[in-house]
Write a protein that binds this ligand. Structure first.
Ligand SMILES: [Cu+2]
Length: 288
């Protein structure tokens, strides 16, 4: 009777804990050590693949370290263990320790290759943006619309980063992760980026979008993403190719807005020249 009650109690508390775990995990901040799930189909798939690979690694580590620790404890010299000097060759063992890792690698390579093909499909995009990296900022040109502007580190971050500025970086919101003119894109529509550079190699990286692509002078690299329709918001990234003195000062900010707001923004800026286009703020979005 007592035992049954204890069992029930344990059962409900375990269930309750399991239910609350994702919430608690999210609130604890520990998940910030992991890569973000992101807001595009590609980023979610990349996250799932990463978790699959992680658990395979955890499983292998558990087996390998388990055997090691078990051997060290139960077959130590002080217990009278004598090394086996006759085991110099065993075909059976060699086949097993070759075949098992090969099978594991194949098991991981198939979904990886499939996902690579999927996320590199840049056809049927509704919005095309030419992204040009330079020392140190980004130029965004919306193909076919005449909208073109330069995106640089925000004034507040730039002021704080100066030597002896006296401004504490912690007092600047999104220090080194905010820009004067963000890229604006619609949610729910496929956006294709044509990425290049005019000086050295840069790399356009926004983790939440699952996009990281090198910007190489003389080449045009493609990337595309579709932000989930229910995830308008502000997404931040950085240049991830060491490109010189100002490498840390060319962040990327993407404002994802509804298609209607995007069309309005595009219309408002079309035909405007760089300087003029840059002086109207992007449409407001709710931060997610
Ligand atoms: Cu760069």
């Amino acid at each position: 009777m007592k035992r049954a009650r204890l069992g029930r109690l344990l059962g409900t508390s375990v269930l309750g804990l399991a239910g609350r775990l994702p919430l608690a995990w999210g609130a604890s901040g520990w998940d910030e050590l992991n890569m973000p799930r992101g807001v595009t189909g590609a980023s979610r798939h990349i996250f799932a693949l990463h978790m699959m690979a992680l658990w395979v690694c955890v499983g292998i580590a558990a087996v390998v370290f388990g055997v090691m620790i078990w051997s060290m404890i139960f077959h130590r010299k002080s217990r009278g263990a004598v090394p086996d000097v006759t085991l110099t060759h065993s075909t059976k063992v060699e086949v097993v320790w070759t075949a098992v890792p090969v099978l594991i690698l194949i098991g991981m390579a198939i979904p990886s290759a499939r996902l690579l093909l999927k996320i590199n499909n840049n056809t049927d995009a509704q919005v095309n943006i030419r992204v040009t990296g330079f020392q140190w900022g980004w130029r965004y040109q919306y193909v076919g619309s005449g909208v073109s502007f330069i995106s640089k580190l925000s004034e507040s971050s730039n002021a704080a980063r100066q030597l002896n500025s006296g401004i504490s970086p912690t007092s600047v919101p999104h220090y080194l992760l905010s820009v004067d003119h963000p890229m604006v894109v619609p949610v729910g529509e496929k956006v294709r980026l044509l990425i290049t550079s005019v000086d050295v190699i840069h790399s356009w990286w926004v983790p939440d979008l699952g996009v990281k692509r090198d910007a190489i002078p003389g080449y045009i690299n493609e990337a595309s993403f579709t932000i989930a329709p229910n995830r308008p918001g502000i997404y931040r990234g950085q240049c991830t190719e060491l490109c010189g003195r100002g490498h840390a000062y060319m962040p990327i900010v993407v404002h994802a807005v509804t298609p209607a707001a995007f069309q309005a923004w595009l219309k408002q800026h079309s035909g405007a020249q760089d300087a003029a286009a840059t002086h109207t703020p992007a449409p407001a979005v709710t931060s997610s």
